[in-house]
Design a binder for this molecule. Structure first.
Ligand code: NAP
Ligand code: ZN
Length: 359
């Protein structure tokens, strides 16, 4: 008979798990593997709450394996290093993002694109090569192969820096890959949530003109005054949408729900690029006419490789980019998940794991 989660491995661990598609979280005892030669054991300090955590907790994508302990925006302190670990020392502050493993051999892995390896091991709701389940950062500690651990720059605060490990790299990587960083060009950011608000800040750091494209009129003042956007468009305002037709060079689409692409494609200039990183639970309709007639491009992107994630953290440290966060205690998690599902957060919940997780 299979061992129970708390008996499976030698190291005791404790966190909060969702048990079924209600997505309700409750305390959960489980275990982690012994620290191996290439491993780093991390005491978790803070963990961001990504919209993907909600989708997995509620099985919206249909592949949740309960019980699930989400969390892939992890900042913590190294407590143990394996004998072959070269990059990290005990006591150092580090980050762990969306992936904790990959095959290390394929073309993608060899090009530092572990995020596109066919055998990527995700930080939670996934399996290690030995079949053990992965559990994420809504927990007290984690054991991770050093390849998938990041140095956390000294001048980045843990709370505001944690969301960069998913939200940050998810918008940084496509901006670099698709050439969306040319100073003076016009970037549209669709969806002003966790990913979107970081995209605004990065766009400004790259020297772009940034317009937020939002379904929430209430976010206008803060988008401009607090986040530094140059302008703001509400998708439900036909006059403003019409005036902005054909004005944008690039759009990064972070919207989490099913939405129409036609209005977004129409905002692009000829040769414009729309990169979608949001993951709605149903397919979007692709309007061919504006695409063909304007030689426009629609692309996708999935987080980033380890090398680029480190580069992104260093870029954010240099430019003073952090997420705007609401720090919460672990016992507020169920309320936070409900609020996040309604886009009621400015702009990322981050759990103060170390000081609020008690057994
Ligand atoms: P979030 O904080 O909830 O933000 C999503 C935003 O989408 C909301 O703030 C809202 O912005 C907009 N939105 C939500 N419901 C909407 C609706 N019904 N109609 C129109 N707009 C709506 O989520 P997030 O953490 O930024 O994640 C965004 C998406 O990216 C999610 O689907 C997530 O799963 C996915 N994701 C993908 C990757 C990747 O690697 N590709 C990585 C992380 C997350 P407005 O109020 O401004 O309209
Ligand atoms: Zn995420």
């Amino acid at each position: 008979m299979a061992k129970s989660p708390d008996q499976e491995h030698p190291q005791k661990a404790f966190g909060w798990a969702a048990r079924d598609k209600s997505g309700l979280f409750s305390p959960f005892h489980f275990s982690r593997r012994e620290n191996g030669d290439e491993d780093v054991t991390i005491k978790i300090l803070f963990c961001g709450v990504c919209h993907s955590d909600v989708c997995i907790a509620k099985n919206e994508w249909g592949f949740t394996n309960y019980p699930v302990v989400p969390g892939h925006e992890i900042v913590g302190t190294v407590t143990t290093v394996g004998s072959n670990v070269k990059k990290f020392k005990v006591g150092e502050r580090v980050g762990v993002g969306v992936i904790v493993g990959s095959c290390k051999k394929c073309e993608s892995c060899q090009q530092d694109l572990e995020n596109y390896c066919p055998q990527t091991i995700f930080t939670y709701n996934s399996h290690y090569t030995d079949g053990a389940k992965t559990y994420g950062g809504y927990s007290d500690m984690i054991v991770v192969d050093e390849r998938y651990v990041l140095h956390f720059p000294d001048n980045l605060p843990s709370e505001g820096g944690a969301p960069l490990l998913c939200a940050g790299i998810t918008v940084y990587s496509p901006m670099k890959y698709y050439g969306m960083t040319e100073p003076g060009k016009h970037l549209g950011v669709a969806g002003l949530g966790g990913l979107g608000h970081v995209a605004v800040k990065m766009g400004k750091a790259f020297g772009l003109k940034v317009t937020v494209i939002s379904s929430s009129p209430k976010k206008e003042a803060e988008a401009i005054e607090r986040l530094g956007a140059d302008s703001f468009l509400v998708t439900s305002d036909p006059t403003k949408m019409k005036a902005a037709l054909g004005t944008m060079d690039y759009i990064i689409d972070t919207v989490s729900a099913v939405h129409a692409l036609f209005p977004l494609l129409s905002l692009l200039k000829p040769n414009g690029k729309l990169v979608t990183v949001g993951l709605p639970d149903k397919p979007l309709e692709l309007p061919i006419f504006p695409l063909v007639l304007g030689r426009k491009l629609v692309g996708g992107s999935n987080i980033g490789g380890m090398k680029e994630t480190q580069e992104m953290l260093d870029f954010c440290a240099k430019h003073g980019i952090t997420a705007d966060v609401e720090v919460i205690r672990m016992d507020y998690l169920n309320t936070a998940i409900e609020r996040l599902a309604k886009s009621d957060v400015r702009y990322r919940f981050v759990i103060d794991v170390a000081s609020s997780l008690s057994q």
